[in-house]
Design a protein around this ligand. Sequence first.
Ligand code: AMP
Ligand code: TRP
Length: 343
Amino acid sequence: MSDEVQTQSAFTPRVFSGIKPSGGLTLGNYLGAIKRFVDMQGSGIETIYCVVDMHAITVWQDPSELRRATREIAAGYIASGLDPEQSILFNQSQVSAHAELGWIFNCVARVGWMNRMTQFKEKAGKNAEKQSLGLYAYPSLMAADILLYHATQVPVGEDQKQHVELTRDIAAKFNHDYKVDFFPETEPVIQGAGTRIMSLRDGTSKMSKSDVSDASRINMTDDADKIAKKIRKAKTDPDALPSEAAGLEGRAEARNLVNIYASLQGKTLEEVLPEVGGMQFGTFKPMLADLAVDKLAPISTEMARLMDQPDEIDAILIKGAEKAREIAQPILERTYDIVGMLR
Ligand code: AMP
Ligand code: TRP
């Protein structure tokens, strides 16, 4: 056991993660997040998965579309194998303690730390002055999501690493300022071939729900035909696939497709390269399309079934929120006591 793990032994291991309902789910969300949420379920560690609706409104969301997208992410969780009996599934706004701890962390985090957040810089671009204050403060709400449950492990895609590191900084500063050992040092869990899935049109940009081109991504709601078509049309190069990772240097699109192939099977890039090495894309792409349809079609079918039963989804989220509150409320109250709030 490493020293790192031992220093955390005072905290019971607990997994927390979340996805924003700011549009539909992509293959990137599935491979970088949900599939790994499912893998961590039932490992003996408590797992809590949230639909982070309060994060979504950091940019404008149409209210009825937000409700629909919140249910769709929940449906994606359940259809992919998250079981409300084994994991706590809920939407963030039903547990008000997130916002309350978020405020306290706004008073712990420093403006200079926020200024270093690359996601804000990317999203805000040249228009930083016009962004909501919430978008800027977003990472401290994310720290609250995690630390409200004393979560020790956070499975996320590569793009969220900096935010989990900031969560550790906030926990450390809080513990230091108030001379307590109250919040754990959370570990980001970023493993496997699926932690950075790229656009099908451009291997140097991340697959994203907000990309203007629908052909750039596979949506979790795409049917078999669409999935196969998008993979067939995915950008590639004229060379055959290599049998070793070094052969993917400078071939971002080829690397991405092999990563998708590996990750869909829960394998590493190195594990699949001997199998696919030497293949032309004309052979590889249909094989990848079959695999993707095989894995994703049952999920999208189940998502569609659930979306026709919104009451079923809502009931699961209401029950999950009750369970989440039972963990969160005592931690929030202890935090208030530590900070000196009179109750
Ligand atoms: P978001 O959709 O931005 O709320 O992201 C939810 C989760 O999906 C986070 O853990 C992200 O890191 C992950 N994620 C989003 N896009 C990708 C991608 N293209 N590749 C891998 N993981 C991703
Ligand atoms: N910031 C994450 C994203 O954009 C979503 C998120 C919010 C999250 N709170 C979280 C992820 C807590 C993990 C843990 O993808």
